[in-house]
Write a protein that binds this ligand. Structure first.
Ligand code: SAM
Length: 235
C-alpha cells in the first residue's frame, strides 16, 4: 500500500475522482501511485527532470503496484513533457515558487490548456500568488500541511483569470498571507500565522533600531506586522 505523509495526502485530496493527472517533479512518485491505487485517477503521468529521480519512481511503482505496469514515466522539464490539454490536473510539489512560475510562464497557451494545478511551493509563495493572479490563474483552495517542523502551503489553482488590481508589488505581504488563508483555515493556520507574526515583529524591532533603515522600509515592516496582527485577531 502506498503511504502518504500529511503533506502528500493533502495534495492527493485535492485531486477529484476521475481526473487525469501529471505529477511534475515526482521524484518518489507516491502521490500519483496512491491516485492509481485508489482508483481516483485512471491515467497518471509521472515526470521529472532527473533520470535518477525517475528511476527511483519506477522502482517504487514496480514494487508498490506491480499489477499496474506499464507506467507512464517521462523525463523532461516542467509541463514540456505534456501535450496541451493532455491531463486535467498538473501537480507541482516540493519545488521553489519561482521555478513553478518559470515553468508556467514559458508558454501561456500551453499552461492554460490544463484545467487545474495543485501547487506546493517550498519558497516564495507570495511571489507565486502574485504571478498567478497576474497571469490569469485563480487560487480556488488554500491548505496548510505539516511536515516535520515545517508548515507548507498548498494552493489549488484553476485556469481562469480575474482582473489584477493596480500598484501591486510581488513582495506585498497580501500575497504571502492572503485573507483567504482564514477562509480555508485548518489545524495549522494559527501556528502558521503566529510564527510569521513573531518573525515580522523581530524584523520590525531590528529595523527600528537600525540607523540605516529608511522611513519607507520602516513603514512597510510596520504594515507587515499590522497585517499579521489583523489576521491573528481573526483566527
Ligand atoms: C524535492 S523533490 C519533490 C518531490 C515530490 N514532488 C514531493 O513533493 O515530495 C523536487 C523534484 O523536482 C524535480 N525537478 C526540479 N526541477 C524540475 C523541472 N524543471 N521539471 C521537472 N522536475 C523538476 C527534481 O529532480 C526533484 O525530483
Amino acid at each position: 500500500m502506498v503511504r502518504l505523509n500529511e503533506r502528500l495526502k493533502k495534495i492527493y485530496d485535492q485531486v477529484r475522482p476521475g481526473e487525469s493527472v501529471c505529477d511534475v517533479g515526482t521524484d518518489h512518485g507516491y502521490v500519483p501511485l496512491a491516485l492509481l491505487e485508489s482508483g481516483i485517477s485512471e491515467k497518471v503521468i509521472m515526470s521529472d527532470i532527473s533520470a535518477g529521480s525517475l528511476l527511483k519512481c519506477k522502482e517504487n511503482a514496480e514494487a508498490l503496484l506491480p499489477d499496474a505496469a506499464p507506467f507512464d514515466l517521462r523525463q523532461g522539464s516542467g509541463i514540456e513533457v505534456l501535450e496541451s490539454g493532455e491531463v486535467d490536473t498538473v501537480i507541482m510539489a516540493g519545488m521553489g515558487g519561482m521555478l513553478i512560475t518559470e515553468i508556467l510562464g514559458k508558454d501561456y497557451h500551453h499552461s492554460h490548456s490544463f484545467k487545474r494545478y495543485i501547487l506546493q511551493p517550498r519558497k516564495h509563495v507570495g511571489r507565486l500568488r502574485y504571478w498567478l493572479l497576474d497571469n490569469d490563474f485563480t487560487v480556488v483552495h488554500e491548505d496548510l500541511a505539516r511536515e516535520g517542523k515545517f508548515i507548507w502551503p498548498i494552493l489549488t489553482v484553476e485556469s481562469f483569470g480575474r482582473a489584477l488590481f493596480v500598484n501591486a508589488d510581488p513582495d506585498d505581504i497580501e500575497f504571502e498571507y492572503p485573507l483567504t488563508l482564514l477562509d480555508h483555515r485548518n489545524e495549522h493556520t494559527e501556528e502558521y500565522i503566529k510564527n510569521a507574526l513573531r518573525l515580522e515583529r523581530l524584523k520590525l524591532e531590528s529595523k527600528s533600531e537600525g540607523s540605516l533603515t529608511t522611513f519607507k522600509e520602516l513603514r512597510t515592516q510596520k504594515h507587515r506586522v499590522e497585517r499579521l496582527e489583523y489576521m491573528a485577531e481573526r483566527l
